[in-house]
Design a protein around this ligand. Structure first.
Ligand SMILES: Nc1nc2c(ncn2[C@@H]2O[C@H](COP(=O)(O)OP(=O)(O)OP(=O)(O)O)[C@@H](O)[C@H]2O)c(=O)[nH]1
Ligand SMILES: [Mg+2]
Ligand SMILES: [Zn+2]
Length: 338
């Protein structure tokens, strides 16, 4: 069973016996999967003080643990380097990263083919997904509810032309085997998306059991009821592991600028043909981007979303620079004012 978590990557036997993978995360407690099965774990006092929040273990992390005897809880004293990190900016005003999951190979961005479907939101999910280093795949769920699937697919192809998608229905049980195939034989995948799109229903299918609770969406607007409240990792009997996450209310960016280029590739290509190198694509003559909008080759909403996300990233960078500079500035101010 342990092999399914990718354990063969560690061949040092000492390390093997103290190795765990974080499969659940609850306030100050963790559930880790080890050679001895599932164990409840806490952080060692030492690592708790040394760590800043982004070094705290998250679901998907490989950790080193110890415990006094077979019945005691484990203490996590090290988090191994992460291969990939999926994160967003913490909700609210605070400028801090929130890591959603670590060491993932595939990110399934789930949307349902009803009111939830929103290309602009999809662009946000795609940006954080590309930034993580893992491969994004879009799941278009609840296909049983739509009699115009082609319209949605057309929109997806315009919005995410470099990302593959799978059309599924948990009610009719269609398309779901394709998700399984992507995860085989031993990959780690995570499901993200709004509440109510069917993430936990997909997990239940993959595990062939009703492990996760699911609740109906609201009648008037198809919004979910935030049924899943914790991130949790599950082993799929046919191979691979999958992480369920609570529905996201907002996806604020915590990414490198380059990740926007992955999602808005065609805009950055067009920009190379603008007359001015520093064209802002708003008022300049000879702007290839503006021309594409005028000729209906690029949607205005998509361009505006690109601008908006660009501004967010710039703002985040400025804030970081400001807090780094502030300490320096206070020092200089003192020198000159004394
Ligand atoms: N018609 C239809 N309903 C579905 C499908 N998949 C899931 N549902 C229903 O959608 C509702 C929400 O499903 P969940 O699996 O709880 O959604 P979730 O994404 O896990 O939601 P949160 O845990 O709140 O983030 C439930 O009533 C499911 O039965 C589908 O393919 N078609
Ligand atoms: Mg759920
Ligand atoms: Zn331009």
């Amino acid at each position: 069973m342990f092999k399914k978590l990718g354990i063969n990557k560690f061949d040092n036997i000492d390390e093997f016996n103290s190795l765990g993978r974080v499969i659940g995360q609850y306030r100050n407690l963790y559930k880790i999967y080890t050679n001895d099965g599932e164990i409840i774990a806490t952080l060692s006092g030492n690592s708790y003080h040394k760590s800043n929040k982004s070094n705290f273990p998250v679901v998907g992390d490989w950790v080193k643990y110890e415990r006094y005897n077979k019945d005691s809880n484990a203490i996590i004293n090290k988090v191994y380097d992460r291969k990939t990190i999926l994160s967003r900016k913490q909700a609210g005003k605070k400028e801090a990263e929130q890591i959603i999951a670590a060491n993932i190979d595939i990110i399934f961005i789930v949307t349902s083919l009803n009111h939830d479907f929103n290309p602009r939101r999809l662009e946000r999910y795609l940006t954080i997904a590309w930034d993580s280093g893992a491969k994004p795949i879009i799941i278009l769920n609840k296909s049983d509810l739509s009699n115009n699937i082609d319209k949605y697919i057309e929109e997806v192809e315009k919005t995410a032309f470099n990302t593959s998608y799978i059309v599924t229905s948990c009610v009719n049980q269609t398309g779901l085997e394709k998700i399984k195939e992507e995860i085989m034989p031993d990959k780690t995948a995570v499901l993200i998306g709004s509440s109510g799109v069917g993430k936990s229903s997909i997990i239940n299918y993959l595990l062939d059991s009703k492990k996760q609770s699911v609740k109906t969406v609201r009648d008037n607007d198809d919004k979910g009821r935030h049924t899943t409240t914790n991130r949790e990792l599950f082993i799929i009997p046919s191979g691979g592991v999958i992480i369920d996450t609570p529905g996201m209310r907002e996806i604020q960016l915590w990414v490198n600028e380059e990740s926007l280029g992955q999602v808005f590739n065609e805009i950055e290509k067009l920009a190379k043909n603008c007359k001015f190198n520093d064209c802002s694509h708003t008022h300049e003559p000879g702007c290839a981007v503006k021309k594409a909008v005028e000729e209906n080759n690029l949607s205005k909403d998509r361009l505006e979303n690109y601008f908006k996300m660009q501004r967010e990233i710039e703002y985040q960078k400025l804030k970081e620079k400001y807090s780094a500079n502030r300490a320096e500035k206070i020092k200089w101010d003192r020198l000159f004012n004394e």
